[in-house]
Design a protein around this ligand. Structure first.
Ligand code: ADP
Ligand code: MG
Length: 694
């Protein structure tokens, strides 16, 4: 249960005076539904209203706060002209200008003969000193609250700056004084203030410097958030390890057979990963290990070996992939190999017929099926295992954490291996996984050749097609990727279809295939299969091929509008070629003119194939926000912290969380109790529950 001291923070925004259902609806559009959301809504700028000259001295273009006396109202003769109110001080006249005014309001706000404090931007128009639609009009008593530094907030249509500022101010008033959850030594070293004053410093900024992510208050709040995140991850991990693991120790029999059946020799990296995984599984702890390896580094076979380890020991294993295509592909890779050594691998994706699904369900429940590969259909309630001992989760950042947990609860002490093909920068990795065990496949399988990457403007299309023609004559196979433009899938599809038709005209319809996200699975699988079999030579695709497909004979990758893709995505796409013995080429076609940033990004692609370097550069060039964007939904989205700007804090937070749980695993000490509150503040409630039940 959330501590009651936090109730006001988690109350709906409608508890704020002036925010009724209408405003609440508008605020909801930008994700502000509760009081606490307003606190996390950081200012994006400031307006300094402390410049308070006499009217005659006021510099045009600047925001000023002026003390004036109202002289007279000047309603226009023609309604299209503005309504003016003339004011003065002892140096000059000032004309306040209002378009489409409400005269009643103006009469009340600016009574003739009275002194008023007004604030807004000064303009000079012909000989007049003017201010159009002042931001503030108040009485002399309001001077102190108007002539200040005002925070500027991200808004949405219908919410004025004034409404927003007032709402945030009220929210700030509701922020309770909370016990300090940070380590005193750290606070002293960084010179931080407590939580509540830090929030106030951000929402009542003294100057521009308060907006700097490296300002002390911002760092403090970022650290709070990072710490909550690390602590939650550490708790999940601690609990995972504390649960009695099922020690799984195979005798190596099936793995040896599989090795013998493989058409290649495993790399040193693959063997090392297999050994690390086997070590984890044999221990009393539950395994929670990340297998990280660049595209094409050969993770699947490592996963298979791990699953065979479980099968040898008499358990079942499940592998979950994020998409239908990928699940099928894994199955297609693994099943024949396993069949050679007499191990059945079932497929479960939710697309199979009810009868086929029923058979798999039965086989799993009775323990007849040792290995199953599937999509999230695996976590459905009616899927029951006789003795699930380990699960492999591929491309896990696409799954929510709860889905991951759901699968692991289908057995006792289930060992978990997470695979990710996206090379994630170290800091982001820590945000997403905390202090998880990691095996990395650094080297590529032997015999791979570097991919020759070229960058070319769309104008070179004709030359490109001639070159492609030559390659095809030599027997090559090519992917041709058309990007998805956010706005409209229809338009995208049209672009891909147009390209497909153009290529059909040039190379012959029987040699060109097309796959996209709107196709029926069967249709897509057929197109994929024909390309894999070499019946078609060019496969035009929208980014559905991004994940996983494996056709070693494909040696040409053409990506249109490469400038629209993120680096990580380009890297993933490029990784679809260069998988076989033959030399591969990747052409990044761009539509100029390119921004400097876009140029730099394409240049990096040309320079390196090192996924980790690309990921670091991507983070640097795009910022963490983009990388953590909605597409990779499993990644925590931070409200106050920025994995790039606050990378140093993430490391400190990780060590802090780890040390804390070593000393006080139940979070019972004074600081431990305060940390529980922190977890609630950042809504890691689930993590607190782990404490209770653990
Ligand atoms: P990823 O890490 O992207 O999932 P895969 O597991 O799909 O990579 O492997 C990519 C390709 O490399 C597959 O065709 C696989 O059979 C092959 N492969 C894996 N390990 C080796 C190896 N040691 N030597 C040669 N080829 C390998
Ligand atoms: Mg793979």
């Amino acid at each position: 249960m959330r501590p009651s001291v936090l109730f006001p923070l988690f109350a709906p925004v409608t508890t704020i005076p002036g925010i009724g259902p209408r405003f609440a609806k508008l605020l909801e559009k930008i994700g502000l539904t509760r009081v606490v959301d307003l606190l996390w809504h950081l200012p994006t700028g400031i307006v300094d209203r402390r410049y308070a000259p006499k009217i005659a001295d006021a510099e045009a273009g600047r925001v000023v706060t002026l003390v004036v006396r109202v002289d007279r109202h000047l309603p226009p003769g023609n309604p299209r002209l503005p309504y003016k109110v003339r004011c003065f001080d002892d140096t000059a006249w000032l004309h306040l200008v209002f378009f489409r005014p409400k005269p009643d309001y103006l009469a009340a706000a600016l009574p003739v003969g009275e002194v008023r404090v007004i604030s807004g931007r000064i303009e000079r128009y012909r000989d007049e000193i003017q201010m159009t639609h002042p931001d503030h009009v108040g009485t002399y008593e309001d001077y102190g609250s108007i002539a200040t530094v005002e925070p500027v907030y991200g808004l949405t249509a219908g919410i004025t700056p004034k409404v927003m500022a007032k709402a945030v101010r009220t929210a700030l008033g509701r922020a309770p004084t909370l016990p300090e959850w940070l380590d005193a030594a750290l606070v002293a070293r960084e010179g931080w203030q407590a939580w509540q004053p830090s929030l106030a410093a951000i929402h009542v900024p003294a100057d521009e410097a308060a907006l700097d992510p490296q300002s002390q208050p911002r760092r403090r709040l970022a650290y709070d958030e990072m710490l909550a995140n690390q602590l939650a991850l550490a708790l999940v991990r601690a609990r995972h390890r504390r649960l009695p693991g099922t020690p799984i120790a195979g005798d190596g029999r099936l793995r040896d057979q599989a090795r013998a059946a493989l058409p290649f020799t495993l790399t040193g990296g693959q063997e090392a990963a297999i050994a690390e995984i086997a070590g984890d599984m044999a221990s009393d702890f539950r395994m929670l290990r990340l297998l990280q390896g660049d595209v094409g580094s050969g993770k699947t076979v490592v996963a298979l070996m791990a699953m065979l380890d479980a099968v040898e020991a008499g358990f079942q294993a499940a592998m979950m992939a994020p998409t239908e295509i990928l699940a099928r592909q894994h199955h297609a890779t693994i099943a024949p190999l396993a069949a050679q050594i007499g191990v059945e691998v079932a497929l479960l994706t939710g697309r199979e017929s009810a009868r086929a699904r029923g058979a798999v369900h039965e086989g799993l429940a009775e323990g007849r099926i040792p290995i199953v590969v599937g999509t999230h259909a695996l976590v459905q309630e009616d899927v029951v295992f006789k003795a699930l001992g380990m699960v492999v989760i591929d491309e896990q950042h696409r799954f929510g954490v709860h889905q991951r947990l759901a699968l692991t609860t289908k057995g006792e002490g289930v060992n978990v291996l997470v695979m990710t093909a996206t090379p994630i920068p170290r800091t982001l990795m820590m945000c997403a996984y905390g202090d998880m065990d990691v095996s990395r496949l650094a080297e590529k399988p032997a015999g791979r050749q570097p991919i020759d990457t070229r960058v070319a403007p769309t104008e070179r299309l004709r030359d490109l097609l001639d070159g492609l023609d030559r390659r095809l004559r030599q027997g090559a196979r090519a992917y041709w990727v058309c990007p998805l433009v956010e706005e409209s899938e229809q338009v995208d599809l049209a672009a891909a279809t147009d390209r497909y038709e153009a290529l059909c005209r040039r190379f012959g319809a029987d040699r060109v295939g097309l796959i996209h996200g709107r196709q029926k699975t069967a249709e897509r699988d057929l197109a994929m299969a024909r390309f894999a079999a070499g019946e078609t030579r060019i496969l035009v695709a929208t980014t559905v091929i991004e994940v996983g497909v494996d056709v070693p004979e494909a040696t040409v990758m053409i990506i249109e509008h490469a400038e629209r893709f993120g680096l990580a995505q380009l890297h993933q796409l490029r990784g679809r070629v260069g998988r076989g013995k033959d030399a591969s080429t990747c052409v990044l076609l761009y539509q100029g003119p390119l921004s400097d940033n876009a140029k730099a990004r394409l240049e990096i692609m040309r320079e390196t194939e090192d996924g980790f370097r690309i990921a670091e550069e991507d983070l640097r060039l795009r910022g963490a926000g983009e990388m953590l964007g909605t597409r990779q939904s499993g990644m925590p989205a931070f409200k106050l912290g920025d994995p790039l700007a606050h990378a140093d804090l993430i490391e400190i937070a990780r060590d802090d969380a780890k040390l804390m749980l070593e000393r006080d695993p139940g979070l019972d000490s004074v600081r431990g109790q305060a940390l529980r509150t922190l977890l609630y503040v950042f809504e890691r409630d689930a993590a607190v529950r782990l404490l209770r039940s653990g």
